[in-house]
Design a protein around this ligand. Structure first.
Ligand code: URA
Length: 203
């Protein structure tokens, strides 16, 4: 992969391993054959030594353009929340379940389907093993249900801690404009990130 576009910092050995995973993922037969996804691979961003890993769904048009997760409207909302609670992007590893932009018949962004998510998860699990964060944060139901392998009711799962292999996993609402325009959900996301800070300081 074109390593010059990578915005990863931290341990060089870890970065090397992550690049190997991304190269395999980028050239995965399943993705190459799927004509309802963009051809541009959007890698993770941030600190490979981070205690917190944020997992989104899939990149949109802005992310595809800049080849970096969460740089569009949802990214601006995320930045707003991070600033509110005093967290810095440098303290985070930010990635997606699915690393290509999925689109519908009209070319609009869509959620990754079950097959795309499950193939993306295959690589994401390898990624997380290398990063070894103290806490994994799922941004929204797609990330949560894919990672935990079961359907998730957001209402009852937000701010709950789950276990996955040796990892602790916390679920928040996705900072999408759709959620963020609803004041109670925006507030819930801010509270989640306050909690995330507290949890990470304790473990
Ligand atoms: N939404 C996501 O889930 N991921 C991104 O990278 C951008 C928006």
């Amino acid at each position: 992969m074109d390593e010059s576009i990578l915005k990863l910092k931290g341990d060089e050995n870890k970065i090397k391993k992550i690049i190997e995973i991304f190269n395999a993922e980028k050239n995965d037969e399943f993705f190459l054959k799927n004509n309802r996804i963009g051809r541009i691979f959007v890698p993770a961003t941030g600190n490979v030594d981070a205690k917190i890993a944020l997992i989104g769904e899939a990149p949109g048009r802005d992310e595809e353009k800049l080849r970096e997760p969460f740089v569009g409207k949802a990214g601006m909302n995320l930045n707003y929340v991070l600033e509110k609670v005093g967290l810095n992007r440098n303290e985070l590893y930010i990635t997606n379940i699915f690393k290509f932009r999925p689109f519908d018949n009209e070319g609009k962004n869509r959620k990754p389907n079950a097959k795309e998510s499950s193939r993306g998860l295959f690589y994401l699990k390898k990624e997380l093993k290398v990063i070894n964060p103290r806490l994994i944060v799922c941004l929204g139901a797609t990330a949560a249900s894919t990672l935990l392998g079961k359907s998730i009711s957001m209402r009852s799962s937000v701010n709950q801690l789950f276990s996955l292999d040796s990892f602790k996993v916390l679920i928040t609402y996705h900072p999408s404009p759709f959620n963020f325009n609803r004041k109670e959900l925006q507030q819930s996301i801010i509270e989640s990130f306050q909690l995330i800070k507290e949890i990470v300081n304790q473990i």
